[in-house]
Each structure stands twice: as structure tokens, then as C-alpha cells.
Design a protein. Structure first.
Length: 174
């Protein structure tokens, strides 16, 4: 996978992403709260804009946030430190080669990531395998004008008792 982010990493783009996240907080996170003691994997944290909201809304959950980009890692850490967050750990990792054992997390959060991947169905299968029985995947994705940006995907398997919820339309809508 290429670590070239489609939108770039300049400061103006970082601020746009942060502003976008702030604008969408109520829409995306009105009911997003994780129970105390939960472990949450955030896949593709970008500049950390969603991370800040998630960690503040669930202060007793523990977040592990992964992104392929070293530039994103530095920016997300800076923002989390500035926000005084202590319940988030950042790691640089490729979504297709995550360094975690099966059933490592109670919840997975994926926001505006799948549309940047060449193999989104494979990525979802990998993430699903990281869920403990009864875990959840929360998925938000951008609807683009490119009908091939996200292929029709089967629902996550239920082998681990995982549940999924999607925002922004049905998961299988391209």
C-alpha cells in the first residue's frame, strides 16, 4: 500500500480535516460512546480529528489508533497531547498488516478510510478478525462521485459474534 495520502499533509489540509471533524461531531458521534474498560481500535486516524472526539466521549475506554503515515502519527500525537488525552496510544501500521492478535479488541472504529483503500473488503475482514466475541465495528465512510470507490461488500462475518453499524447509508451501497 502506498503511504501517499490522497489529500496531502500540508498544514492547510490538516486544519481542513480538523474543521470537517468538528462540523460532523454530532452527526458522526451523537451515539458513539464506549464502555469503561473497553479496548477500541481506531483504524486510519489521519490527523487525529476523530480520535480527539472519541477519546473525550469515552474517557474510561482505551484507544489504540493506527495509521500508515508517519506524518499523520506526528500530527495526531501533537493534537492529542494538546487536548490532554491519556487514553490513546498511536501506532504506525498498515491496515493490511496490523500487529495485533485475533480477538484483541472490543470495538473497532473506522471513519473515512475505506474510500482510500484499493481493497476495502479485505480491510474489513482483517478488522473483523480483531474483534472479541460480541464486539462492534462502527463504520463511517464518505460517499464519493466515483461509483467504483467502494465495491459492494458482504456483511462482516458473525463467527465471533461481532455486530456492525454503519453510518452514511447501507454498507453495501457503492
Amino acid at each position: 500500500m502506498s503511504d501517499t495520502y490522497v489529500h496531502g499533509y500540508d498544514p492547510r489540509e490538516n486544519e481542513r480535516l480538523h474543521d470537517q471533524a468538528g462540523t460532523l461531531v454530532d452527526l458522526l458521534h451523537a451515539d458513539t460512546a464506549y464502555p469503561p474498560g473497553s479496548t477500541v481500535l481506531e483504524a486510519g486516524y489521519g490527523v487525529g480529528a476523530q480520535t480527539i472526539t472519541l477519546a473525550k466521549r469515552s474517557p474510561d475506554a482505551r484507544f489504540t489508533s493506527v495509521d500508515v503515515s508517519a506524518d499523520s502519527l506526528a500530527e495526531a500525537r501533537r493534537r492529542a497531547d494538546r487536548a490532554g488525552l491519556t487514553n490513546v496510544g498511536f501506532r504506525q501500521a498498515d491496515i493490511f498488516a496490523l500487529p495485533f492478535s485475533a480477538e484483541s479488541f472490543d470495538h473497532v472504529f473506522v471513519c473515512f478510510v475505506l474510500e482510500h483503500l484499493s481493497r476495502p473488503v479485505e480491510a474489513l475482514a482483517i478488522l473483523n478478525g480483531l474483534l472479541r466475541p460480541g464486539g462492534t465495528i462502527t463504520l463511517s465512510r464518505a460517499i464519493t462521485d466515483r461509483p467504483t470507490s467502494i465495491p459492494t461488500a458482504p456483511p462482516p462475518t458473525r463467527r465471533s459474534g461481532a455486530r456492525s453499524r454503519c453510518r452514511g447509508g447501507p454498507a453495501a451501497t457503492p
